[in-house]
Design a protein around this ligand. Structure first.
Ligand SMILES: Nc1nc2c(ncn2[C@@H]2O[C@H](COP(=O)(O)OP(=O)(O)OP(=O)(O)O)[C@@H](O)[C@H]2O)c(=O)[nH]1
Ligand SMILES: [Mg+2]
Length: 251
């Protein structure tokens, strides 16, 4: 059982000025449309319908926040007394690179995403979700380059590895590590980038991702354990993965 299992819907925003007035660390999930962000959040939180996952790319169009810890506080974001006990927020970002969205809507998303990842102080770390069959597309790299100057950690999750054989998985992980190691700042220092394999369908890498998120959110293992001790196991609420794939949406 994980502290993440207590996640609750917190709020949804479509404009930066509506971002919640919370001060707790935020861990945001970014990635191409259809990469599997919402599915990963559901699996990690052990809840079917927390984040809306879909075969239709471009489904998550707003920034959705899920709270960990504290009481059920949905919609009370403007009252700081209510949000006191929240420990962190998981953030499901709108996917990028979905071709069939109109120009102005696309621009709106890109601005919303870019501003959020570059300027949001509460943002503690970025989880970059990439389809293991086509990682590091142009827009993934743009996301890395937007975020790297903040000096905050990026954890890359190469998902849908159930679509790869063992050799391919080993290779894609090795190549991803090399790619991330090649990023250095002007002093030749590397960035705090990490990477792992994941499959929601075959339940690969869930514990590794869970532990990383807890670490990035600044929750110690002791705190996480103390918190989870009082939580009941959600019954019959394991998430679905249809294994479906709407194919590649080129940027
Ligand atoms: N085979 C397989 N399919 C997956 C996996 N993770 C997600 N999917 C499928 O990929 C599709 C897209 O998943 P979502 O989680 O909705 O993707 P998203 O990144 O949230 O997409 P947007 O909201 O459009 O940005 C769905 O059909 C999922 O069931 C996985 O690990 N393996
Ligand atoms: Mg989504």
């Amino acid at each position: 059982m994980s502290i993440l299992w207590q996640a609750r819907f917190f709020t949804t925003v479509n404009q930066l000025r509506d971002l919640p007035h919370t001060t707790v660390p935020e861990i945001a999930f970014a990635g191409r449309s259809n990469a599997g962000k919402s599915t990963a959040i559901n699996i990690l939180c052990n809840q079917k319908g927390l984040a809306f996952a879909s075969k239709t790319p471009g489904r998550t169009q707003h920034i959705n926040f899920f709270s960990i810890g504290g009481a059920h506080v949905a919609q009370h974001r403007k009252d700081p007394t209510i949000v006191d006990e929240i420990r962190c927020l998981l953030v499901d970002l709108p996917g990028y690179g979905y071709a069939e969205v109109s120009g102005s809507a696309k621009l709106h998303w890109q601005r919303l995403l870019g501003d959020y990842v570059q300027r949001r102080e509460q943002l503690a770390a970025l989880i970059l979700i990439m389809d293991a069959r086509r990682p590091f597309t142009e827009l993934d790299i743009q996301m890395l380059e937007w975020f790297a100057p903040t000096g905050k950690p990026i954890h890359c999750i190469l998902t849908k590895v159930d679509k790869l054989n063992r050799n391919e998985s080993v290779n894609v992980l090795r190549q991803a590590k090399a790619k991330l190691d090649s990023y250095v700042d002007e002093d030749g220092e590397g960035f705090p980038f990490t990477v792992q394999l994941f499959s929601a369908l075959k339940r690969i890498g869930i514990e590794e991702a869970n532990d990383k998120i807890i670490e990035l959110a600044g929750l110690t293992a002791d705190e996480a354990a103390a918190q989870t001790a009082v939580i009941e196991t959600p019954d019959d609420d394991a998430p679905d993965v249809d294994g479906g794939d709407a194919g590649s949406a080129q940027p």
